[in-house]
Design a protein around this ligand. Structure first.
Ligand code: IPE
Ligand code: MG
Length: 245
């Protein structure tokens, strides 16, 4: 969800106003995703690198999270949204941690849309914490494979993402869901996050349905036709297919 600061600056307003508008955009996008029967939506709310921002902005983001949860939790819960949090919660304030854990607990019975909030999250952090947990669980080195490590990743409850959307014009992953996005379709848009709405979501989904997902296979059209295992109907293809290129 990138571009809040620039959205505010264009309006000669402080960055915090952009973050606030970003929350409003998120609430609408969650609704739009649920209406479109999307089962999992994962948002990068605060990265492990965002601590580098001026202290005033960091504390503004933390208060905004608390305000946003108290303002929107009841409706999200009523709408069937289950909130899950991934990230290093040991290193956020107790207030923020408790608010996030309470949101999780309050929505635990919902299943219409799983909204994962990545908070103090980093893709590399996730891989390292998974490796550590596997070691602590006594997984022997020669039994540690992709499927095993996946079970220790923070999002072990979710399928790998099909579509990775980045707003705000930058064309990089910035340490988001590195492991899980191995086969995600990437979609980059100049749209600043506070302007992202159901129409923008539909544009991203329209782009997604044009893609041919091969998961390392040769696909059903073109050069590889007739080759063993060709066919793009491998719709349960997941990261971990060994012939990926
Ligand atoms: C992203 O918007 C929001 C968070 C990191 C929480 P930015 O704050 O990065 O906005 P720009 O990139 O400065 O416009
Ligand atoms: Mg940014």
């Amino acid at each position: 969800m990138d571009g809040n600061g620039r959205w505010a600056r264009k309006r000669f307003m402080p960055r915090g106003v952009g973050h606030k508008a970003g929350v409003d955009a998120l609430v609408k996008v969650v609704q739009a995703a649920a209406d479109r029967h999307i089962g999992f939506l994962t948002v990068f709310a605060f990265s492990s690198e965002n601590w580098k921002r001026p202290e005033e902005e960091v504390s503004g983001l933390m208060s905004l999270l608390l305000v946003a949860l108290s303002k929107h939790l009841v409706k999200l819960k009523a709408d069937g949204v289950r909130i899950r949090v991934v990230g290093d919660l040991a290193n956020v304030s107790e207030k923020v941690r408790n608010a996030l854990l309470e949101a999780q607990a309050a929505t635990v019975d919902n299943s219409r849309l799983i909204l994962t909030v990545a908070f103090n999250y980093g893709g590399r952090w996730d891989i390292v914490q998974a490796a550590r947990q596997a070691m602590l669980a006594g997984v022997p080195a020669d039994q540690l494979d992709e499927a095993t490590l996946s079970r220790y990743m923070a999002m072990n409850y979710a399928p790998d993402p099909d579509l990775f959307i980045r707003t705000g014009g930058e064309v990089r992953l910035s340490n988001f869901l590195l492991w899980q996005s191995a086969y995600a379709e990437l979609y980059f848009t100049d749209c600043l996050w506070p302007d992202f709405d159901d129409r923008e979501l539909d544009k991203a989904l329209a782009s997604y349905v044009q893609r041919e997902r091969r998961f390392g296979d040769v696909g059903s059209s073109g050069e590889g036709e007739g080759a063993i295992g060709s066919g793009d109907d491998n719709d349960d293809g997941r990261a971990g297919t060994s012939d990926a290129v």
